[in-house]
Design a binder for this molecule. Structure first.
Ligand code: HEC
Length: 225
């Protein structure tokens, strides 16, 4: 008896023998659940849950995207006033900034960034009567252009200033607002001190000169001096 007990070293305190352990393992190996047909509740629930999340987040994005406007990242952004902000009047600083940008992109090619022009070829805009004088005249110069002899700072120029308005033969097709911005800029930069020119003024002059198709000459602009 005692020899038999010594032989069965692997019996545990509750009497589990090698044999019983093997039997349990065998049962575990054979009693596996068979793959079954049909649906499982959990994947169905997950599918529904994920679909709902996609649906809800889509609605959220559509609702709060604010037209994907970059303004939503502006801390001053206010959705109540955002709709009308595009047509809102610019502040004087914004007008100057817009005018400066257009000037440096286009006008500076000829009149230079410092507004001094190129001696004998492109007249200066700094301290020029054409720029700071009668607004009716300078608006006409911008809208339809200017050809033939003109005098600035006592020197004569004879070049071709292109037309910027949306006019027949106008190469640049700038709208009234853009023209008013650039004019306001050149009237207030480099020590020039003249009143701003409004978009309405540009539109008014354009309406008066609707029939014109060619650039102005200095004598033609005498009445607007
Ligand atoms: C392709 C060169 C060229 C570009 C670009 C150009 N101008 Fe001129 N501009 C001239 C020339 C040349 C004259 C003189 C025309 C003449 O001799 O009859 C002139 C004349 C003028 C005058 C009147 C004379 C004076 O010196 O005050 C003003 C004002 C003026 N330009 C403003 C502008 C503004 C503003 C822009 C940009 C929106 C611009 N110009 C773009 C060539 C240019």
């Amino acid at each position: 008896m005692s020899a038999d007990q010594n032989h069965n070293l692997s019996s545990g305190p509750d009497g589990a023998s090698d044999e019983s352990i093997q039997k349990v393992h065998a049962e575990l190996l054979t009693n596996k659940t068979e793959p079954a047909e049909g649906f499982k509740l959990m994947p169905l629930f997950l599918l529904g849950f994920v679909s709902t999340m996609i649906f809800v987040t889509s609605i959220y994005v559509v609702h709060y995207r604010a037209g994907f406007s970059p303004m939503v990242y502006d801390e001053r952004f206010d959705p109540k006033t955002a709709a009308g902000s595009a047509s809102k009047e610019l502040t004087p600083e914004q007008v100057i900034a817009a005018g400066k940008k257009s000037y440096q992109q286009v006008c500076a090619t000829c009149h230079q960034v410092n507004g001094m022009g190129v001696a004998g070829v492109y007249p200066p805009l700094v301290d020029s009567e054409w720029v700071t004088g009668n607004e009716e005249r300078v608006v006409r110069v911008l809208l339809h252009g200017l050809n033939g002899n003109i005098e600035v700072h006592g020197k004569t120029y004879n070049g071709a200033m292109p037309a910027f308005g949306k006019v027949p033969g106008g190469g640049y097709n700038w709208n009234e607002e853009k023209i008013s911005h650039v004019l306001t800029y050149i009237r207030q930069e480099w020590g020039n001190k003249a009143e701003p020119i409004s978009k309405a003024k540009v539109a008014e002059v354009l309406a008066k000169e609707a029939a014109r198709t060619k650039p102005w000459t200095a004598p033609e602009l005498e009445p607007f001096k």
